[in-house]
Design a protein around this ligand. Structure first.
Ligand code: SF4
Length: 350
């Protein structure tokens, strides 16, 4: 999988594109002007591994809140602005690190020029984003409806408005809730330009369905080397979006941080309550920040063997289990102590 070489842009203290790590983004669902709640949520997201956060800027009070919020958090903040260029200017003035705005929607060249000037002065990048539900009628007519052509050319038209003013610190998103359409759109735009791409499946749905849709769509693109930053859109706690995003990156070897948990599906040979052990392990291992692979397997026949590549793990027996490291058995432990012992071993590892 060779990653497409894209232009590098800056969002606060993060670089997006080129060979820089693929970042995980999320969006707060607090009222931005509720400064305390917004800071609290961003801190939780930071802790979960969020690299960049987006907040809605719906009025001047939201824009002014950026001063206090950005001082209290460590990750860059992107302001999401619909239509009103004055909100964009105010957000820039109050310390926003990036904008998500469509130049075609803000009412003419002079307003775009003002935003571009302010962005250049403060070294702020802009995400141009097209959603399948909001493509202009002229593009729908020209390209016969919602498809990769209307998505891509509508985005490039917005990009051109910025390029005409000498502005190139741009990233692009082309989000649809339809996975094949999203994949085709990103593939196409990736052929046509070298701007970094922000991947997402929009309105993916509640956690379970949304996670699957996002993993298939975003995972397929990343596996083709397309994508520089990702956002999982789930109807739920944004912390879950970050966990899913990081897990997608880890599963493709694009994030080499944190613990990887593998476990067997269980079968007629399983003689311990493996499902309960794995559920509890997932919860308890969440806070351990070590780059190791942990395997929890149901039996000693296939357990250590199947998990040979794991750094440490459990292989269940009859009411007991073996702790193993690098495929070698270390000791036997009673079922009720298995997880405690495993966690003790993991904590003792370098
Ligand atoms: S590791 Fe053992 S218990 Fe688990 S699925 Fe494979 S054979 Fe069954």
């Amino acid at each position: 999988m060779e990653r497409k070489n894209t232009r590098v842009i800056k969002v606060g203290n993060r670089l997006i594109g080129g060979n820089n790590p693929i970042t995980v983004q999320s969006m707060t669902n607090t009222l931005t002007k509720d400064i305390d709640s917004t800071i609290k949520q961003i801190k939780k997201l930071e802790e979960a591994g969020c690299d960049i956060i987006r907040v809605a800027i719906s009025d001047m009070e939201d824009a002014r809140s950026i001063d206090s919020i950005s001082k209290a958090v460590d990750i860059p903040i992107i302001g999401d602005i619909q239509y009103d260029y004055k909100l964009a200017l105010a957000a820039i003035e109050h310390g926003i690190d990036g904008l998500r705005i469509n130049p075609g929607n803000i009412g003419g060249k002079e307003k775009i020029r003002e935003i571009v000037k302010a962005c250049k002065e403060k070294d702020i990048s802009i995400r141009v984003g097209v959603n399948s539900g909001s493509i202009k009628k002229e593009y729908l007519d020209k390209y016969s409806g919602v498809n990769e052509y209307s998505m891509v050319y509508s985005a490039l038209e917005n990009v051109k408005l910025l390029e005409d003013l000498g502005f190139y610190d741009i990233k692009i998103s082309l989000k649809a809730s339809n996975v094949p359409l999203t994949i085709k759109s990103y593939m196409k735009i990736s052929e046509l330009c070298d701007y970094p791409l922000h991947l997402g499946i929009t309105e993916a749905g509640p956690n379970w369905r949304g996670t699957i849709k996002s993993s298939v769509g975003i995972g397929t693109l990343l596996a083709m080397g397309i994508g520089d930053t990702i956002r999982i859109s789930l109807t739920g706690d944004p912390v879950e979006e970050v966990r899913v995003g990081r897990e997608i990156l880890k599963s493709l070897g694009l994030l080499k941080e944190g613990l990887e948990l593998i476990s067997c599906p269980t079968c007629g040979r399983t003689k311990i309550d493996l499902i309960k052990i794995v559920e509890e392990a997932e919860r308890r291992l969440d806070g351990i920040d070590k780059h190791i692979k942990v395997a929890i397997m149901g039996c000693p026949v296939n357990g250590p063997g199947e998990a040979r590549e794991a750094d440490i793990g459990i292989a269940g027996g009859n009411g007991e289990g073996l702790i193993f490291k690098k495929g070698q058995i270390v000791r036997k432990v009673k079922e009720e102590d298995l997880l405690d012992e495993l966690i003790k071993e993991i904590k003792a590892m370098d």
